[in-house]
Design a protein around this ligand. Structure first.
Ligand SMILES: [Zn+2]
Length: 422
């Protein structure tokens, strides 16, 4: 049932705006149905909204246009009016630019998703700006971050100035920083980060021996290749002859900080600190917490505006928050877009058309009386073309002339002769 404007929560405001701009009823089922697995805790209100929308179309359709200007009966409406030019609908979801507009009833759940890895206020805001929107979302994130001791700790911790700041490498995956986090949460951890993209690789390990370390690093290098340089501290694992010769064999320059001056490997150490903070208070089981942290860290844009994944792999990865974004209908249905099918057909056609010219040798399908069940291909030569798809071809060398569609021809490269078709 439609509530009055004065008491209308944002969820209904979004419906109203959607109606006004597209005159298509918003299908909240599209937005929330597919993400029920992660929004199960608070999706009741969303489902109700969806039912209301579907069951009460005539009532909703009566809501027309924006309220008159100057009539400030509802602040939310005014906020959305200011965004009018950047509001669009996609698959029944309301978008503000690339960000999906989240109804009030789901904002708490979305905040929980943003807060999964306790990455601090700034990183949560950066993530939100690429995926979700509601009025005052920044203020809500700040309130959440300030009330969380883990996030506040991360936020307030001043970064140690690097004594020997590294030059930024020109390419991704050319200089990596490697470190161990020893005896943390009952295990040891190998932490590696790319100096250019900040792409993190973190693995749980028992022994921190050279052998165990090399085994895990090899696994990451199988995915991304060898770097030019590897920076570590002076720990025995990395100073060992085994590690030195392993680097040498792969053409990797091994760089270490000065003894008792670990700050030189600050990139890896900062990642260790961030990872520990995120891990310590995560409510997820350890393995899931690690995976969630890595996913979020790879997904959130760095100060450059691009995420580690975009910088290293040239594509953004999808995490939980991205499942709220609507995808084009053809992707949701696992079908190719109509335009792609058309262009694929045109491509096939142009390939076929250019393959056979007059005088080209080919093999033509034979449809005469058969000696077996399959039509037989016989050597022929194109003698005439009709339009773009049909040709006349003479059976090689002086046989009858057949008319064939290009799909009934096959390329022929040999000069084999066959005077008796069939
Ligand atoms: Zn937190």
């Amino acid at each position: 049932m439609l509530v009055s404007r004065s008491t209308m929560p944002s969820a209904d405001i979004t419906s109203q705006v959607t109606l006004e701009r597209s005159t298509v009823l918003p299908d909240y089922g599209t937005l929330y149905g597919s993400t029920g697995w992660q929004l199960s805790g608070s999706s009741r209100r969303a489902r109700l909204t969806a039912q209301e929308c579907r069951g009460d179309q005539r009532k909703l359709a009566r809501v027309e246009g924006w309220p008159e200007k100057g009539k400030r009966e509802n602040e939310d409406v005014e906020i959305f009016r200011q965004l009018e030019n950047s509001l669009i609908t996609c698959n029944g979801c309301l978008l503000h630019g690339v960000r999906v507009v989240i109804p009030t009833s789901l904002q708490g759940t979305v905040l929980d998703i943003l807060h999964l890895s306790h990455l601090g206020i700034q990183l949560m805001k950066r993530l939100a700006r690429t995926a979700v929107y509601w009025p005052n979302i920044d203020a809500d994130i700040e309130r959440l971050g300030k009330n969380c001791t883990i996030c506040a700790e991360h936020q307030n911790k001043p970064h140690k100035p690097a004594v020997h700041p590294w030059m930024k490498p020109e390419k991704t995956w050319s200089r990596l920083h490697l470190d161990h986090a020893i005896n943390f949460m009952g295990a040891n951890w190998l932490v590696m980060t790319d100096a250019y993209s900040k792409h993190p690789c973190i693995s749980q390990m028992q022994s921190i021996s050279t052998k165990a370390t090399v085994k895990l690093v090899e696994r990451d290098f199988a995915h991304f290749g060898f770097p030019r340089a590897l920076v570590t501290d002076n720990a025995p694992t990395f100073k060992s002859e085994e590690f030195q010769s392993w680097c040498k064999e792969r053409g990797i320059t091994h760089l270490t900080g000065a003894p008792y001056h670990p700050v030189k490997n600050g990139a890896a150490e900062r990642l260790v600190q961030t990872f520990k903070q995120a891990f310590r208070k995560s409510f997820l089981p350890p393995k899931a917490a690690l995976q969630e942290f890595i996913r979020q860290y790879r997904r959130i844009p760095t100060a450059s505006g691009y995420s580690p994944s975009e910088l290293l792999n040239n594509r953004q990865i999808q995490i939980r928050i991205d499942t709220l974004l609507p995808s084009p209908a053809h992707i949701a249905q696992g079908k190719q877009p109509r335009e792609a099918v058309k262009s694929q057909y045109r491509e096939t056609l142009s390939r076929l058309t250019t393959t056979y010219d007059v005088g080209d040798p080919c093999c033509a399908l034979y449809y005469g009386p058969r000696r077996d069940n399959d039509p037989r291909c016989v050597p022929a030569m194109v003698t005439k073309r009709f339009g773009s798809r049909t040709v006349n071809d003479r059976v090689h060398p002086q046989g009858p002339i057949w008319r064939r569609h290009l799909e009934q021809l096959r390329p022929r490269y040999s000069s084999e002769e066959d005077n008796e078709p069939g």
